[in-house]
Structures are given as structure tokens and as C-alpha cells.
Design a protein around this ligand. Structure first.
Ligand code: GAF
Length: 380
């Protein structure tokens, strides 16, 4: 990376920072409802090599879309960082919110971004890029931001620069976790507890199954689901759906439209599933979580109605092939599923799922294993 940076900009970078993508094990659309979620950072990272400039100019490029780094160079200034589109929104958006929210007047910089986090798959390539830039600028501009503050700033980039009305799950997952651990996020208490996964010791593995059905949370059904959850909360007279007693979920059916009630039921029960999965993991029982993950998928498919046929097919075939559990991960309306499998079966299940989903008339999914990796950090 140092070599490409030097070829492009004519000198060495000040440093290289990176942040991972994430998968969410369980607890979906619970973040903006004050619930629980249990994601982990994956061993696919976005790296950013940065060198400060003496002026206010910003020059950035990436290998995301075009291998030719020079023709992809984007130029901006600190003052115009909020007026951008495409991939550079995630870099310049960070500059914009740092200036607007915290009144920071840093200097300009040159940056080269490379990534092994697949884009638009549902494994948070956007949060990875935001977090890598945040940890880089935090150090270079000597900001000393708390990780929790970085989570909030990353969410602002999504909400205000990108226009996606998302919560803080993804930024928390890539900034607050640790290798071999998931992180139990409580969005009401605002806490993050690291929970050991224990997959290696139990000879288990997580496969990501990318359906190739692309989603966009700025324009898709995400915002509509969020409004339906708000409607459920208004009817129930609560600030957030976290306040709904899980034992009273069915009773609420008589008090709201059926569809709104289904959204509520998903959110409340998925928070309970996240609590249960975390408990099994704490007790060293990772095999027990499989059926809970699969229940979580049914809840998304039938109650939250944010799955798509290609992902339903992936989940069903992963289980038919011997997986211990499987579910769609992330915001939905496309993206990926995760399957918990025995390491000894992983390669066979990956091929069987790809074959079966393709035979069912969908695009052949891309299946790859992931391990729980470190949060955002300085690499060099
Ligand atoms: C997307 C969003 F960005 C998160 O905030 C979260 O709501 C998730 O969908 C669903 O759990 O990843």
C-alpha cells in the first residue's frame, strides 16, 4: 500500500488505518428501537493510507471501482466536503460532520483507500470506510475522540450525507468489538459487552452467503419499516419498542393493524433472541444458538417481511445441507445470509447451497467463511 501511495502522491503516507466489515448474528432492526443486537467484526477490512497536507485540499482515490487509481482521483477542499456523491461520500462525509458537529479545523490530506469488504452485500462496507477514516483523522488531527462518539459521527454521515435513516448497529460493530468476540449492544442502556464466540474450540464456522440481490437503505424499504416501528410505538404509547413486555406481544395484536403488529413482534422477539444467544455464548454453548438464528430468519421473513426469495432459499438449503442454523444478516431487502456450520462441513455446504439456490432459479450466490476480527485500528 505504501508503494502505491508513493507512486500516486510522490511521498510516503503518515500511516495506514483500517476497519472491518461486520455480520450481525442476531437482533435485526432493533437498534433504532432501543433493543439488543449481537454483531461481530469480520476478517475483511478497508484500509486507508493518509498523509496530511499543509493546505486545505483533499485528494482521495480508491481501487473499489477502477483499478486505475490516478484517473479515479477526487479532489475537494475541507469546505466542500459535504457536497459529494458516490464512494467519496463516506470519506468526505466524515470530514463534513467533524467540522460541523465539533467545529474541527484540521488540515487537508491525501488518502488511498483499498478494501476486501464486499460492497452492497450487507456486511457494512460503508461503516468500515467511515470508521477507517474516523480513526485515521482522530489520530492525525489529534482529536482524542471516544469510540462511542465515533459511532455517533459515523451514523450522522449515513443519516445526513448519504441519506440512509439507519441506526448505530454497524458503526458500533466495527468500532467497539474485539477479535474472537461478538459484541452485545444494548441500544437503550447504551452499553457494549464483548461476548466470546467460542467457534474455534467447538469446530464451528460462520459462512456468509451473498445472494447478489443488491439493496440500498437510502431508497429501499428500510425507511418504511422504520416508520412502521414508530407507528407501533405511538399506538402502544411507548418511547421505543424496547418498553414492550415480551410476554404481552400477542395482546397488542388487538390494538393495532395486523401489519404494524407483525413489525412490533419481530423487533421484540429478536431482542429476546439476542439476549438468549449471548447467554449461550457466555456459557460456552455455541452449538445451541443454531435454531435461534433460524427462528430469527422466520421472524424477518414472515413478520418484518424484509427478506427476499433468494435469501430464503439460501437459508433453507443451508439447513437442509446440515447447517446448525441460518438467517439473513443486516437490514435486508437483499444482501446476505449467515449460516452456522461445522467446520468439517463448511466447504461441502458452501457448494451445495450455491448449487441449490442456482437450481431454484436465482443468481448463484457467493459463499465465503468469516472469522471474528479486530475493531478499527492503526495498522502501520
Ligand atoms: C442496517 C442499518 F444500517 C443498521 O442500523 C441496522 O438497522 C440494520 O440494518 C438492521 O439491523 O445495517
Amino acid at each position: 500500500m505504501h508503494e502505491s501511495f508513493e507512486t500516486l502522491f510522490g511521498h510516503e503516507p503518515d500511516g495506514v488505518w483500517s476497519a472491518p466489515g461486520r455480520v450481525n448474528l442476531i437482533g435485526e432492526h432493533t437498534d433504532y428501537n432501543g433493543g439488543l443486537a449481537l454483531p461481530f467484526a469480520i476478517d475483511r477490512r478497508t484500509r486507508v493510507a493518509v498523509r496530511q497536507r499543509p493546505d486545505h485540499r483533499i485528494r482521495i482515490t480508491t481501487d473499489f471501482e477502477d483499478a486505475d487509481l490516478t484517473s479515479g482521483l477526487i479532489t475537494a477542499t475541507l469546505a466542500t466536503a459535504g457536497q459529494v456523491s458516490g464512494w467519496s461520500r463516506y470519506v468526505l462525509g466524515v470530514v463534513h460532520v467533524l467540522r460541523r458537529e465539533l467545529g474541527i479545523e484540521g488540515c487537508g490530506f491525501e488518502a488511498l483507500v483499498t478494501s476486501t469488504v464486499p460492497i452492497a452485500v450487507g456486511v457494512s462496507s460503508s461503516a468500515a470506510l467511515e470508521a477507517a477514516v474516523l480513526v485515521a483523522l482522530d489520530e492525525l488531527w489529534d482529536l482524542r475522540l471516544e469510540r462511542g462518539e465515533m459511532v455517533r459521527l459515523g451514523q450522522l454521515v449515513e443519516n445526513e450525507v448519504v441519506g440512509a435513516p439507519t441506526g448505530t448497529l454497524d458503526q458500533s460493530a466495527v468500532l467497539l468489538t474485539e477479535r474472537d468476540h461478538a459484541v452485545l449492544l444494548d441500544f437503550q442502556a447504551d452499553t457494549a459487552e464483548k461476548v466470546p464466540l467460542g467457534f474455534d474450540a467447538a469446530a464451528l464456522e460462520i459462512l456468509v452467503i451473498d445472494s447478489l440481490v443488491r439493496h440500498d437503505h437510502a431508497t429501499g424499504g428500510y425507511g418504511q419499516r422504520r416508520r412502521e416501528c414508530e407507528e407501533a410505538a405511538v399506538i402502544a404509547g411507548v418511547q421505543s419498542l424496547r418498553e414492550i413486555d415480551p410476554t404481552e406481544v400477542d395482546a397488542w395484536a388487538r390494538r393495532m393493524p395486523a401489519q404494524v403488529h407483525r413489525r412490533l413482534r419481530h423487533v421484540v422477539t429478536d431482542t429476546e433472541r439476542a439476549r438468549l444467544v449471548a447467554e449461550h455464548l457466555r456459557l460456552g454453548r455455541p452449538r445451541e444458538i443454531g435454531p435461534i438464528l433460524t427462528d430469527g430468519h422466520r421472524s424477518q421473513r414472515d413478520d418484518f417481511e424484509n427478506s427476499v426469495p433468494a435469501i430464503d432459499a439460501a437459508v433453507e438449503t443451508a439447513i437442509a445441507a446440515g447447517g446448525l442454523g441460518a438467517r439473513m444478516t443486516g437490514g435486508g431487502f437483499g444482501g446476505a445470509a449467515v449460516a452456522l456450520v461445522e467446520t468439517a462441513d463448511a466447504e461441502r455446504i458452501a457448494v451445495e447451497v450455491a448449487d441449490a439456490v442456482q437450481q431454484a432459479g436465482h443468481a448463484r450466490p457467493v459463499v465465503f467463511p468469516v472469522r471474528a476480527a479486530d475493531a478499527a485500528r492503526r495498522d502501520a
